[in-house]
Write a protein that binds this ligand. Structure first.
Ligand SMILES: *Cc1c(COP(=O)(O)O)cnc(C)c1O
Length: 456
């Protein structure tokens, strides 16, 4: 057999030193977030009470295409970056496709997912501004785990509100957070007004992300020197994740190829935007024709079946109104195993790009995602996170189309995380206990009608 390179790694000196802010290059800028009371466009300073200033400024920045990655963040990145770009030869062979399939392996981060790329940046900017404490919420626990690592790295105290049902059923990510020194509280809790109210009314409530967000924001607002952080959806989070695509661009060049198709799974959009936006800038600025595909679960289909409108970012309605593709902030997703993809809306940049047809979205059934994940494990030897399985399923679909048409396309997808802490989900899939959850048009319309009632 000829010698062929499978993994492409950049030397430290080649790791990007800036993040890419696609908002600066977008032909149509995202519409502004609105203050829910006054309906006036928000300014960055309106966000200062909740978020670190530098992060609030990044959130609203539509002019600077390149933002320097601070030295201390780059030092932290060196603990696991550059992450490998891998040619999936064995997967190609199993599919019998002429397509060339590459994946960017973000699962090699110390916490097992891409979330660390933004956690490190957010902890750094908080520390810079003299903040001593940070709060957040976590559902399945990937964001909480990443932020625990980053808080420890920069000497911040972290309080995590973890949705109670996950706290009880998924104890290992809680252990990871506690090992890194974070204080983890099951939400709803008695430590906040929001939590006490819910527990008084419903003592057995199992919690939701919406409630956990309310608790985390309340604690941040009532604690001196404390800010709130978020692991997806917001534009500054996706900005930090562009390190993925910027590295991948250089690694694809090492492989002598350029992607025809770029794919990421989609929860709020941070890993999808992270791998896509650096390539999308060449579509915008120099006429490249790469296709970008966001792969969402068909049980939570905001991009493929939601509506584009102003909606709240959280279930309780505390956040600014965001212009987004949404199923309605009151949407209760099925309890699927890709916990990180169960969010009702999409980030504002991705929403505008989808509206402008600069990207596409597909929805994937739960059983198809696990089937693709098992095929990937058996060919490439890495057990993917249930979230990442959606990107793999979309890549397999595209590779199968190439098989039919005989086209030798280059497909790149992001492996956002590994699934080694999610084996309970694989157990259920293997035992045949998992189902597909498809929504009817009536269910979706019903949910969105509630937004009209609320005059959103
Ligand atoms: C959180 C998470 C996601 C979904 O979040 P995005 O912001 O859409 O990237 C996907 N994969 C993994 C492994 C995650 O932890």
């Amino acid at each position: 057999m000829s010698t062929r390179t499978k993994r492409f790694i950049l030397p430290e000196s080649e790791i990007p030193t800036q993040w890419y802010n696609i908002a600066a290059d977008m032909p149509n800028k995202p519409m502004p977030p609105l203050n829910p009371q006054t309906r006036e466009p928000l300014r960055a300073s309106d966000l200062y009470p909740i978020f670190a200033k530098a992060l609030a400024d990044q959130e609203m920045n539509q002019t600077d295409a390149w933002i320097d990655i601070p030295e201390a963040v780059r030092e932290q990145y060196k603990n696991y970056r550059c992450t490998p770009l891998v040619r999936a030869y064995e997967l190609e062979k199993a599919l019998g496709t002429p397509a060339h399939i590459y994946f960017k392996n973000e699962s090699v981060s110390p916490v097992g997912s891409h979330k660390l790329n933004s956690a490190i940046a957010q902890a750094y900017f908080c520390k810079q501004e003299g903040i001593t404490n940070i709060t957040t919420e976590t559902g399945a626990g990937q964001w909480g785990a990443a932020l625990s690592y980053a808080a420890k790295a920069f000497g911040l105290e972290l309080a995590v509100y973890m949705v109670k049902i996950s706290y009880e059923q998924k104890p290992y990510r809680r252990s990871i957070m506690q090992t890194f020194g974070a204080q983890v509280t099951a939400s709803p809790s008695m430590s906040t007004k929001a939590g006490r109210k819910i527990l008084t009314d419903h003592p057995n409530y199992q919690g939701s992300l919406g409630t956990a967000i309310s608790e985390a924001i309340e604690l941040a607002m009532s604690t001196p020197n404390c800010k709130y952080t978020l692991g997806s959806v917001l534009s500054h989070v996706t900005l930090h994740q562009t390190i993925i695509g910027l590295e991948a661009e250089k690694q694809m060049a090492m492989a002598g190829e350029y992607p025809d198709i770029v794919i990421g799974c989609f929860g709020g959009g941070s890993n999808f935007g992270g791998i896509s936006f650096p390539f999308m800038r060449h579509n915008i600025l120099s006429g490249k024709k790469t296709r970008f595909i966001a792969a969402e679960p068909n049980s939570c289909p905001k991009l493929t079946r939601g509506v584009f409108r102003y909606d709240f970012g959280d279930e309780a309605g505390y956040t600014p109104l965001l212009p987004m593709f949404t199923l309605g902030h009151n949407f209760a997703p099925a309890n699927i195993h890709a916990g990180g993809l169960r969010y009702h809306g999409a980030g504002v940049i991705v929403s505008q790009l989808l509206k402008d047809k600069m990207m596409e979205a597909v929805d994937i059934a739960q059983l198809d995602s696990f089937e693709a994940g098992c095929l990937f494990a058996q060919t490439e030897g890495i057990i993917p996170a249930p979230e990442s399985c959606h990107a793999i399923a979309a890549a397999v679909d595209e590779a199968n189309k190439c098989k039919e048409s005989g086209e030798q396309k280059v497909i790149l997808f992001n492996l956002s995380g590994h699934g080694l802490i999610d084996m309970a989900s694989y157990d259920k899939y293997i035992a045949g206990d998992l189902m597909n959850y498809t929504l009817t048009d009536e269910q979706i319309a019903e949910n969105i009608k509630e937004l009209d009632t609320m005059k959103l």
